[in-house]
Design a protein around this ligand. Structure first.
Ligand SMILES: Cc1cc2nc3c(=O)[nH]c(=O)nc-3n(C[C@H](O)[C@H](O)[C@H](O)COP(=O)(O)O)c2cc1C
Length: 160
């Protein structure tokens, strides 16, 4: 999989005024008409726990300049830190925090959840809106090699 060198995104969400977000490498367009997008969240993550109660998500596509954001969202847990502190946040119709410095992003509505019994759960979403400011060089898996995930998948509450 490292040879495919996938692009990294930051997924954010909110439930009952509790914001959450994490770095995500498991994601893909999964339909054209209608437009569908899938995200896979680790059961160990704070973002997963908030996401189970959430209806809307944002997918921010990181650029090669976004190493600090990848570090912030990928190596700390919202369980014990406020990842949004000091960040400029744009408002969105459903309260999902939008990171102002990431203009390449989509607003998503969850329509299905699939727990296949593993360490990650698949969220299938409807694309509500998408915004990009031209072409960009993505922040990729190979750029994230030095980052240690804030939550390891062994930390999930129930082992498969
Ligand atoms: C390169 C890299 C890729 C990652 N991909 C995913 C992923 O696809 N899904 C996921 O839920 N977590 C993924 N993570 C882990 C989370 O981003 C990380 O554990 C984060 O600190 C969890 O934060 P939270 O507890 O606030 O949700 C990845 C981390 C790294 C460093």
């Amino acid at each position: 999989m490292s040879s495919t060198n996938s692009a990294m995104i930051v997924v954010t969400t909110v439930a009952e005024d509790e914001p959450a977000g994490c770095l995500v490498g498991f994601h893909s367009q999964s339909g054209i008409s209608p437009e569908r997008y899938c995200l896979w969240l680790s059961k160990a993550n704070h973002t997963y726990r908030v996401g189970l109660r959430a209806t809307h998500f944002a997918a921010h596509f990181l650029t090669a300049e976004d190493c600090a954001l990848a570090d912030r969202f990928g190596t700390q847990s919202g369980e014990d830190t406020d990842k949004f502190a000091g960040l400029e946040i744009d408002s969105s119709p459903h309260g999902v925090p939008l990171i102002a410095s990431c203009p390449h992003r989509m607003l998503l509505e969850r329509i299905a959840v699939l727990d296949a019994g593993g360490d990650h759960v698949c969220l299938t979403t409807r694309v509500l809106s998408a915004h990009a400011e031209g072409q960009f060089e993505p922040f990729r898996l190979s750029d994230a090699g030095h980052l240690s995930p804030g939550r390891s998948s062994e930390e999930r509450a129930v082992q498969p």
